[in-house]
Design a protein around this ligand. Structure first.
Ligand code: TMP
Length: 207
């Protein structure tokens, strides 16, 4: 695989979308921007089921399998072909979302969740994971201003606290591929830090 995979992770309202747009602009739009769930036509349908179903109607194991199914389709149809062509792929969420939300948030068996996602992604691991860390109280407040809460956003605060801690633990355990940023910092400052780190990864840093 010659292309690089850069992933954004974080809890609700962390500002991934905004920072992804900054990075895409910084890289002159010469990158593939995509997301999980929803990066394929099939994935868009799964995303709707996952986020718009009424609370309490999706069993936890079904949820884990649907995220993994979205991921398998996305890798096969979009991500792996792009990486094989040497393209840079920027993805909103990856396997660590399932570790944070399903394993930690839902308290499901992490070994199963990891195995499922590793299988779904054919073992593709991001070259860089940018974690936009935010206190869920602030993040959920920001997300609430965006519109009505989806099924995951409506989970209890404790659920979102477990998600945040899981991300911080993942970052600690994978220091080499993680960049952890305080998502409450000014937007431009975050964008500049991310641009520098990605330039180093891609070898596009200004001389
Ligand atoms: P977002 O892409 O708009 O951030 O929303 C996706 C939602 O789905 C978010 O609440 C996190 C959740 N999610 C999981 O629970 N597990 C996963 O594996 C992924 C990719 C997302």
């Amino acid at each position: 695989m010659t292309g690089k995979l850069v992933v954004f992770e974080g809890g609700e309202g962390a500002g991934k979308g905004t920072q992804i747009r900054h990075l895409e602009r910084h890289l002159d739009f010469g990158v593939l921007v995509t997301r999980q769930p929803g990066g394929t036509d099939l994935g868009a349908e799964l995303r709707r089921v996952l986020l718009e179903s009424a609370p309490g109607t999706v069993d936890d194991r079904t949820e884990a399998l649907l995220y993994a199914a979205d991921r398998a389709q996305h890798v096969a149809e979009v991500v792996e072909p792009a990486l094989l062509l040497g393209r840079t792929v920027i993805c909103d969420r990856w396997v660590d979302s399932s570790i944070a939300y399903q394993a930690a948030g839902r308290r499901m068996d992490r070994v199963w969740i990891e195995a499922l996602s590793t299988w779904a992604t054919a073992g593709i691991v991001p070259d860089l994971t940018i974690l936009l860390d935010i206190d869920p109280l602030d993040g959920l407040d920001r997300a609430a201003h965006r519109g009505s809460a989806d099924r995951l956003e409506r989970e209890a605060l404790d659920f979102h606290r477990r998600v945040r801690q899981a991300y911080l633990d993942l970052a600690d355990a994978n220091i080499g591929r993680y960049l952890v940023l305080d998502a409450t910092k000014p937007e431009d400052e975050l964008a500049a830090t991310i641009a520098r780190r990605v330039d180093t990864l891609l070898g596009t840093a200004p001389a």
